[in-house]
Ligand binder design. Structure first.
Ligand SMILES: [Cu+2]
Length: 412
């Protein structure tokens, strides 16, 4: 017996030690969970910048950037008719105070147009001190969350110093952290007590089988007593009277209120987006070489600008593949998602104004695998999408083209 116990303990110890070898801090929080074709062909964030990444409780911080809504929206994903721009945080560590789309403030969900470009800005305020990974992201109705690039934010200070006061339309200054809290708790407790009491009133008596037998014996009149009826009637009258009276009191106390808004905001994409359509790119072929972790595109490029241009970057699902020949500025805070030498091409000569060229570019990096984008080749929808960034010779002007293609996997 003793040896058996020792054996069991040893086995358990072995199991535990195996687990302890595998313990690693979990850094991700679901960014890669969505299918690759959704992450690459719905909302494509770019130029996302935080005005600061270290700040104090109560201090304002803002994130701004742009996104392109893919033309080649996946057929299995509902159209972005109701999309909500938000910030993903581990709990209420920040509060959102302002939000803009194309410079216009907006409160609700918004309908986005495939093919459109938008600028956004979200203003936040530090609430709980700590170090957090934060992303702007879009909640797409019936599709899920499409993450923007993540950064680490460090909030210093003490949570006790946090203040969140707003002035109401009546000119009253209220503390949003506690406003209406006791009233809310009171009503929850009241309804909870009333409902529990009503349940207990019936449950304390013999229930189903005993009552069923009485019913069978023709004694249904005795099942419901006079007291039962009296209490039932008083609740039937008392509850609506109470609700109406409370409602009247509230209306009297707060005559000017605005209902919670449930409409859709209508904000059109940036109309004549600067440079849109100036550089035409058609994808003739896309191949993914699994052992090399390399995506190869055959592109037909038509440079209709008056500049000589070069491809500087290919980006998809917040991963950036840069052309090392060109020193394009990498996006802020995205070091871990950038392959600085990831983009190569068969013809590095600049594309002349008016030139049409068919060329092959290859985006190679382990990020295809670590960001779980290579799962694309096992999806029922194996199309890829992304943004190509062209630059003129002085890196002064930038032309963006959205590309899309069906991907053919190469297994060796
Ligand atoms: Cu993150």
């Amino acid at each position: 017996m003793k040896t058996l116990i020792i054996k069991c303990l040893m086995a358990l110890g072995l199991v535990l030690s195996v687990y302890s070898f595998n313990v690693q801090p979990v850094m991700a929080h679901g960014e890669k969970a969505l299918e690759p074709f959704i992450r690459m062909r719905t909302i494509q964030f770019y130029d996302v910048e935080w005005d600061k990444q270290k700040f104090n409780v109560n201090e304002q911080v803002s994130v701004s950037g742009k996104f392109h809504v893919a033309e080649d929206w996946p057929v299995s994903v509902p159209k972005p008719e109701a999309s909500f721009l938000n910030i993903s945080t581990p709990g209420p560590v920040l509060i959102r105070t302002e939000r803009y789309l194309n410079g216009k403030p907006f409160m609700n969900s918004v309908a986005l147009q495939p093919g459109g470009d938008y600028t956004f800005k979200i203003v936040l305020k530090g609430r709980l001190p700590g170090r957090y990974h934060i992303h702007p992201f879009f909640n797409l109705k019936d599709a899920g969350q499409v993450m923007g690039p993540g950064v680490w934010l460090e909030i210093a200070g003490a949570s006790a110093n946090f203040t969140n006061s707003v002035k109401t339309i009546n000119g009253e200054l209220v503390d949003m952290e506690t406003y209406g809290l006791s009233n809310g708790i009171l009503w929850h407790i009241f309804w909870g007590v009333l409902a529990t009491a009503w349940l207990l009133w019936w449950v304390r008596r013999p229930l189903f089988i005993a009552r069923y037998r009485m019913l069978q014996a023709g004694m249904e009149d005795e099942l419901v007593t006079l007291n039962d009826r009296l209490i039932g009637k008083s609740i039937l009258i008392g509850v609506p009277v109470l609700v109406l009276a409370a409602n009247m009191m509230t209306v009297n106390q707060y005559p000017n209120t605005i209902p919670l808004q449930a409409s859709l905001d209508q904000i059109l994409p940036l109309s004549a987006q600067v440079n849109a359509g100036v550089v035409d790119v058609e994808t003739l072929k896309a191949e993914y070489r699994i052992p090399n972790r390399a995506m190869m595109f055959t592109l037909k490029i038509n440079n209709r600008s008056d500049k000589q241009i070069q491809i500087g970057e290919f980006s998809t699902a917040n991963v950036h593949f840069l052309n090392k020949e060109l020193h394009v500025p990498s996006q802020v805070g995205s070091e871990s998602m950038t392959a600085p030498e990831g983009l190569s091409m068969d013809n590095t000569a600049p594309i002349q104004p008016g030139e049409q060229r068919t060329m092959t570019i290859t985006a190679t990096d382990a990020l295809w695998e670590s960001e779980k984008l290579d799962g694309l080749v096992r999806d029922a929808d194996s199309r890829i999408g992304g943004l190509l960034f062209f630059y003129d010779e002085h890196l002064g002007e930038r032309f963006i083209s959205s590309i899309t293609a069906a991907v053919i996997p190469k297994f060796n």
